[in-house]
Design a protein around this ligand. Structure first.
Ligand SMILES: *[C@@H]1O[C@H](CO)[C@@H](O)[C@H](O)[C@H]1NC(C)=O
Ligand SMILES: *[C@@H]1O[C@H](CO)[C@@H](O)[C@H](O)[C@H]1NC(C)=O
Ligand SMILES: *[C@@H]1O[C@H](CO)[C@@H](O)[C@H](O)[C@H]1NC(C)=O
Ligand SMILES: *[C@@H]1O[C@H](CO)[C@@H](O)[C@H](O)[C@H]1NC(C)=O
Ligand SMILES: *[C@@H]1O[C@H](CO)[C@@H](O)[C@H](O)[C@H]1NC(C)=O
Ligand SMILES: *[C@@H]1O[C@H](CO)[C@@H](O)[C@H](O)[C@H]1NC(C)=O
Ligand SMILES: *[C@@H]1O[C@H](CO)[C@@H](O)[C@H](O)[C@H]1NC(C)=O
Length: 652
């Protein structure tokens, strides 16, 4: 057995040579495998029959044919597939050439497969029909380099994925699709995908998706590439290598005309009288029955809810009691709110570190602002916010009320906040790309939980690097969420609020200017944060080579120039993954779109990060960043007299 039969995937270099007749099929690659058959055996006779049968059918069949020759145990199975765009003449020519060549390249081999640029041919001593096979496979590349590989990969990925969808999901294509995409104004990318039509749509999709995902491994930065597998085949080049124009967008599949709906029977012809009788005699009793049932159901439900509410109220009271801490306990835990224990100064008051008698470490936020709420409402809100539990949220453990004092007690997150790392000239090196990517994913999931998965649908309003705390394993935890609930009782969906809580540089324009708040204003802040994590630069005092340009405009300019990778923090050079960095920048730009409806939801953001087969829309220019004369990172608060510096900044 030859060594190459054992290697499922072999990469080799294919050099494009000068011009010659395009009709002449060119050999691409082959595999011989299985055992040896003996010369002059029945299997050999059957194989010869098989190959001549394939050759003679190539002109008659529509580019694909499978057949057998002989009887068990010496039966030979074979098939051929021609590229979807060739004439039957060219197809036959290719199959004839291939069947001669395969006998020479694989003498006495029971199984073999050979690829030409216009056809493939396979034979075997066992059935190969209707089963998807991905091995043995091979990738080939065009050795010429491409300029601007990141942009190229992006466009190529989009093109190939759309071709895969067309070939696998649109039955009218016969599992074959070609297409082109603009790379530069004078260069296009041409792509082709095809499956053997004996496999199912799903298998075709699996085979092609797998082949497309091989491109980065085989052909990164190259002008052309092919991935060949027994059941499917893909190719791309920057010159038109296929014969036909790209197949036109498929017309909608014709649908068998539906049976006339019941209503047309009852209203057509002279039967109208009958039908109205029918309606009266049947519908009226039904309507009456439904009404009676609804009344009974409503009555029962109200009774049940009343008793449920009583139980719930009792639960709530017990719950709130378990959340309430004794003021003296907290005072002792924080050493009487000593300066030594002060972790930082937040928008809502100073934060202290403390240790409870049972050894648990806590962070205590001493609220300096009047929450404008009575004691009962405050307790209720705390108990609701305390129910928000997610691995990417800082946990609210409880509260404390004592005369004028209002305290919130949180779990202590040991590694301070993200801004102390990514913007710090030395500590930024502690977060390599893998860690940063994990942090981005964690923040996205935490925010998704606040927006959609928790019962409360919380809008954070003040998402920023200093509100992302890092635990001992550098997992991100969002802090300061739910503050709007604790301070202002209001509807959580799109509202016009007179109280702006947020930070310049992170605030969505519609929120900063009109006070319009929605989950998509958080998405905007997330986008800014994402670009900050990738670049290691703050959005609000970002300077690039003397030019005052904010981070968003800078990212957008690089993206357009096709040099987005330059945005990346230089300390990541050793550890980054091009595709992950590019995807992060892409998603970041989508999140900071000016128009609210152009921004994705956090659910789509999480999906975009998890699934590389999701094609991302192209971003357009981001919202214009408002140049402010404010100090960086200064949270905007309402007109209260409170101090407005950072919470959670730990300079210890
Ligand atoms: C098959 O035949 C080739 C030569 O024709 C020989 O090198 C190889 O060892 C044989 N394999 C087996 C499994 O007999
Ligand atoms: C076969 O290869 C030659 C170059 O060797 C090329 O010009 C020709 O277009 C190829 N044929 C096909 C069908 O691609
Ligand atoms: C095909 O040939 C291989 C190798 O000689 C043998 O192991 C296998 O059993 C054969 N399969 C059938 C279905 O005859
Ligand atoms: C196979 O048959 C051909 C002609 O029928 C003969 O020339 C050749 O010697 C035979 N080979 C073997 C190994 O029997
Ligand atoms: C081709 O394969 C299909 C599916 O396995 C099978 O039903 C059909 O009989 C095969 N055609 C021939 C000519 O053997
Ligand atoms: C492509 O780039 C690599 C290094 O990036 C270089 O070694 C190679 O020679 C280049 N190939 C061509 C055809 O320019
Ligand atoms: C490619 O660019 C040309 C103009 O240069 C335009 O007409 C065409 O629609 C573009 N094609 C695609 C797929 O965007």
């Amino acid at each position: 057995m030859q060594l190459q039969c054992l290697i499922p995937l072999v990469s080799l270099i294919l050099i494009r040579l000068g011009l010659s007749s395009a009709q002449q099929p060119n050999y691409t690659y082959h595999f011989c495998f299985g055992g040896n058959y003996t010369s002059n055996s029945t299997y050999q006779t059957n194989l010869n029959l098989l190959l001549s049968s394939l050759s003679s059918n190539a002109a008659l069949q529509n580019g694909f044919y499978n057949t057998t020759a002989g009887l068990n145990p010496d039966i030979a199975y074979g098939l051929f597939l021609c590229e979807g765009d060739v004439t039957s003449e060219v197809c036959q020519n290719c199959v004839i050439t291939a069947s001669k060549e395969i006998m020479q390249r694989c003498p006495n081999k029971k199984e073999a497969i050979i690829w030409y640029d216009l056809c493939l041919l396979r034979y075997s001593n066992q059935s190969i029909f209707s089963t998807m096979q991905q091995i043995p496979g091979v990738s080939l590349l065009n050795i010429n380099n491409i300029t601007n590989p990141d942009r190229f990969n992006q466009i190529l990925g989009d093109l190939m994925n759309s071709l895969v969808r067309r070939a696998a999901l649109d039955p009218s294509t016969g599992m074959f699709a070609t297409g082109e995409a603009n790379f530069t104004s004078f260069l296009k990318i041409y792509g082709l995908v095809q499956c053997t039509p004996d496999i199912s749509d799903t298998d075709c999709n699996i085979c092609l998706t797998g082949a497309v995902s091989d491109i980065p491994r085989c052909c990164n930065g190259k002008q052309g590439g092919r991935v060949l597998r027994p059941s499917c085949y893909i190719r791309y080049e920057i010159y038109p290598f296929y014969q036909l124009k790209p197949n036109a967008p498929a017309s909608p599949p014709s649908v068998a005309s539906p049976l006339p709906p019941i209503t047309t029977i009852t209203t057509t012809g002279g039967q109208g009288g009958n039908s109205s009788q029918l309606i009266i005699t049947i519908i009226i009793p039904i309507v009456a029955a439904v009404m009676i049932l609804s009344i009974v159901w409503f009555y029962l439900r109200r009774r049940r809810r009343r008793s449920k509410d009583r139980v719930k109220d009792l639960d709530e009271i017990r719950n709130v009691e378990s959340l309430q801490f004794n003021f003296d306990t907290i005072r002792t835990a924080t050493d009487n709110f000593s300066d030594a224990n002060k972790l930082g100064q937040g928008g809502f008051g100073p934060v202290y570190k403390g240790k409870l008698p049972d050894g648990q470490e806590i962070a205590v936020k001493r609220l300096s602002r009047n929450s404008g709420q009575g004691e009962i409402e405050f307790k209720n809100e705390v108990s609701l916010v305390a129910k928000l539990q997610h691995r990417n949220l800082v946990r609210l453990l409880g509260f404390c009320l004592e005369r004028e004092e209002k305290l919130l007690i949180y779990e202590l997150v040991p590694n301070t906040s993200l801004d102390n790392f990514i913007f710090d000239p030395e500590r930024r090196a502690l977060l390599d790309w893998e860690k940063r990517y994990k942090i981005i994913g964690g923040i996205a999931r935490g925010l998704l939980y606040l927006h959609e998965d928790s019962r409360l649908r919380i809008i954070h309003r003040d998402l920023k690097a200093s509100n992302i705390l890092l635990d001992a394993e550098m997992n991100p935890k969002i802090s300061d969420f739910g503050m709007a609930r604790l301070f202002l009782v209001e509807d959580q969906t799109q509202t016009n609020t007179s109280t702006i809580v947020g930070t310049y540089g992170y605030m969505a324009p519609e929120y900063a200017i009109h006070g319009q708040i929605s989950v998509r204003s958080d998405v905007f802040s997330f986008g800014v944060l994402l670009l900050e994590i990738v670049s290691g630069q703050r959005n609000n005092y970002f300077r690039q080579s003397q030019r005052t340009e904010d981070l968003l405009s800078y990212a957008w300019r690089l993206w357009n120039e096709g040099t987005a990778l330059q945005l990346m923090d230089s300390t990541l050079r050793e550890s980054f993954s091009t595709s992950e960095v590019m995807r992060s920048i892409h998603i970041g730009l989508l999140c900071v779109q000016e128009d609210v409806v152009d921004r994705p939801t956090m659910a789509s953001v999480v999906l975009m990060f998890n699934s590389y087969s999701v094609t991302l829309p192209s971003p357009s220019a981001p919202a214009y960043f408002m140049q402010s004369k404010m100090e960086p990172e200064k949270p905007l608060l309402d007109n209260s007299t409170s101090r407005s510096t950072e919470f959670s900044a730990n300079d210890a």
